[in-house]
Design a protein around this ligand. Sequence first.
Ligand code: BTN
Length: 253
Amino acid sequence: MYKIPANTLFMGKRLIYMPECHSTNSEAQRLIQQQPQVEGTVVITDNQTAGRGQHGSIWLSEPGKNLTFSIGLKPVFLSPNFQFYLSMAVSLGLYDCLLHFLPDDTIKIKWPNDIMVNDKKICGILIENQIVNQRIDRSVVGIGLNVNQRFFPMPQATSMNLECKEVFDLNTVFSVLLEKIEARYLSLKAGELEKLKQAYEENLYWREELHEFVINHQTHQGIVKGVSEEGKLCVLLKGERKFFVFKEIRYAY
Ligand code: BTN
């Protein structure tokens, strides 16, 4: 069970707890279709049995160990051309939350919106926008944050517990996370776009470091410089700045 967070204005003030469900994003979408929802409504579960990830992937989470939830938002103030700003705001909310709990500066945002700690993925974000009349009418923001899980089927995953050997109270982490996401969302709503982009770029994974990338099945060395307003990754390749959408570039490990 989760408590309604005390320190938010609207984020999570309506809280729908489901002991088990297929996907909180799918549940939140279903609720929106049934009736208009209050902004900030959260659907949260202890056991997500068919979690959805980005680009058709699946999201696995050990029951009762992590946070798996979705927030219904109405960013009608945002034109679809600027939808990446919502992604930046949510990523920064997660980043701020992890800074609150984890002791060091090893937290990074991996473009487009994975959160990394010590080069391992700790959190995934799945944002599904519905566009009506050139505005983002509704958005379901799904978050999977690994909190207390200790064993993962894939080596490139981590959790808060693995990073600092502490067992966290899920409700406390959930409350702080909603506060931090709300603060960044309100900043977005107030039109502080440059501030958000700057903060996102400052904490970008591999920024200003020389690394290998796979582009068109070939490995290239490049330096991450930042992102464009539409959410393309800017990489310096042989002295030239190039912009890539998600499918065009892969981080090589
Ligand atoms: C990713 O692929 O990195 C995004 C993963 C997003 C997972 C979360 S868990 C809560 C919400 N419900 C889902 O089905 N997916 C998101």
